[in-house]
Ligand binder design. Structure first.
Ligand code: MEV
Length: 314
């Protein structure tokens, strides 16, 4: 057994289909390599410790918000017939927490990989997803599973709950800006609120959810045909539907408006909403840089630029 081991994962961006994916509609998401996560495990003389920017101390005293990781460690060690004691677990994450970038799923993915490597056990994808889904259920209530799949995937995915996710080539020439509002998103709350709307006004809410599903399918086609203007329009339309589902907020809307008024082809919130991040599509890197600066002037706390296709012009 090695005396130390690491596991890695990365953040994610949902391009289209957040919230609707919880109700069986399709979604498109891609791994966001600009935000890596690493979990390192070493033997410790003390009871199991967590060392992270968020909490440092014994696992048994960790805050409730880390319950998912505690349950994950206990479950995996039990399944592997190993002790969950005397581990030093260091989490180094560059994903801003609670910003719709899949932080909880990415940390769980890296932790599962690190534990299996530490105990010298092989891990297949379905085992990994089973454990990350368990952790995500504790963190988010009723997740669709998209975050678990994309934070552990090296390629973009087209995902529909209940089916095996499909790798998807996001080969469209264009640039995507991701921008952080600086406000903690509220995935658990927004998912619960949409569920409440489905209960109280099913016809109206399910129509909006179906509409998001159609927009995702149209976006898939636009990507396959390299139609970035169309993709941009579809993204903006998706944002409008998400507004009608009450999962946006003023800060997200302001950043979306800023991107659009400075020439973005489309813009929308990404992830759970009511805080967290938004994304915008541009033709060129120069436009993306210009819009990023405008977003920062309007209060964004961080922006990232991601080249979507292989043959992008500068
Ligand atoms: C969160 O990243 C995406 C949501 O659709 C929730 C989920 O799919 O579990 C809002």
């Amino acid at each position: 057994m090695p005396d130390k081991a690491t596991g890695i994962a990365h953040g994610k961006i949902i391009l289209m289909g957040e919230h609707a994916v919880v109700y069986g509609e399709p979604a498109i998401a891609f791994p966001f390599m600009a935000t890596p996560v690493e979990v390192k495990i070493e033997k410790a003389a003390t009871p199991t410790q967590i060392i992270s920017s968020y909490y440092q101390g014994p696992l048994y005293e960790a805050p409730r918000s880390l319950n998912n990781l505690g349950v994950l460690i206990q479950t995996i060690c039990k399944d592997l017939n190993q002790s969950s004691d005397h581990l030093s677990i260091t989490i180094t994450s560059s994903i801003p927490a609670e910003r719709g970038m899949g932080s909880s799923a990415a940390v769980a993915t890296a932790l599962v990989r690190a534990l299996f490597a530490y105990y010298d056990e092989s891990l297949n994808t379905s085992q990994l997803l089973k454990y990350v889904d368990l952790s995500e259920k504790i963190a988010h209530g009723d997740p669709s599973g998209i975050d678990a799949r994309v934070t552990s995937s090296d390629v973009p995915i087209f995902y529909q709950k209940g089916s095996v996710f499909e790798p998807f080539t996001l080969n469209i020439s264009g640039y995507l800006i991701a921008s952080d509002t600086g406000l903690q998103g509220q995935t658990r709350q927004t998912v619960e609120d949409v569920a409440e709307q489905v209960k109280c006004s099913p016809d109206q809410t399910l129509t909006l959810i179906k509409r998001l599903g159609q927009l995702t399918l149209q976006a898939k086609e636009a990507i396959e045909k390299n139609q970035k203007v169309t993709l941009g329009h579809l993204m903006t339309q998706a944002h409008e539907v998400l507004q009608q589902l009450h999962v946006s907020n003023d800060r997200l809307d302001r950043l979306v408006d800023t991107a659009l008024s400075h020439g973005a082809l489309g813009a929308k919130l990404t992830g759970g909403g009511r805080g967290g991040c938004m994304i915008a599509l541009t033709r060129t890197k120069k436009e993306a840089e210009f819009i990023s600066n405008k977003l920062m002037e309007q209060g964004a706390v961080n922006t990232w630029i991601h080249a979507l296709g292989a043959d992008n012009e500068e």
